[in-house]
Unconditional design. Structure first.
Length: 186
């Protein structure tokens, strides 16, 4: 006959850690994440130069900034901007017009954006009564913005015209406070 089992003894010390096992097989690739934001790269800023014309002639332009002249290109005559075909562009302008201080009375101005000589829906028409005094006597701002689409190679231009009640000298663009911004959307 076997006698009764004795009491369990104390647990011994833990042994050393064994070697690391082999790396397992790589799991399947996960699904592609959402596309991140697109940086707007095709944009340019131009400023009008000189005087407005009474006859609606194209406005002389100068490049202020252009980060991709291949896609938004000032023409050699500085009277137009060539845009890529089959694209959409956001065009915005804020033009400060300065009338000589000797001029008083009414002035009517019109700024038109044209694509290949066709008027776009980005026009500004302003009528002001000029008088001495004030913060910026003889100056006012005209602004417009919107989307345009191009088909074939397209030339964008800006024309200006004015009617002055008491003409002494032609109004001019205040170049430091005038800009035309063009951003290619797609």
């Amino acid at each position: 006959m076997t006698g009764a089992t004795g009491a369990t003894g104390l647990t011994g010390a833990t042994g050393a850690t064994g070697l690391t096992g082999a790396t397992g097989v790589t799991g399947p690739t996960g699904s592609l994440g959402a596309t991140g934001p697109t940086i707007i790269f095709n944009n340019a800023v131009f400023q009008p130069m000189g005087e407005l014309t009474a006859t609606g002639d194209p406005t002389l332009l100068e490049t202020v900034y252009n980060n991709n002249p291949a896609n938004i290109q000032l023409n050699p005559d500085s009277l137009g901007i060539t845009l890529l075909p089959d694209s959409y562009y956001y065009v915005s302008y804020s033009i400060r017009v300065a009338v000589p201080l000797a001029v008083t009375g009414d002035i009517k101005c019109e700024l038109l954006v044209l694509l290949d000589n066709e008027v776009q829906r980005l026009c500004a028409i302003e009528q002001q009564t000029l008088a001495p005094g004030g913060v910026a006597p003889g100056e006012f701002t005209m602004a417009a913005s919107g989307l345009i689409s191009t088909e074939a190679n397209t030339t964008l231009s800006l024309t200006s015209s004015y009617v002055l009640e008491n003409p002494v000298a032609a109004p001019s663009f205040n170049e430091g406070f005038s800009s035309i911004t063009i951003v290619q959307i797609m």
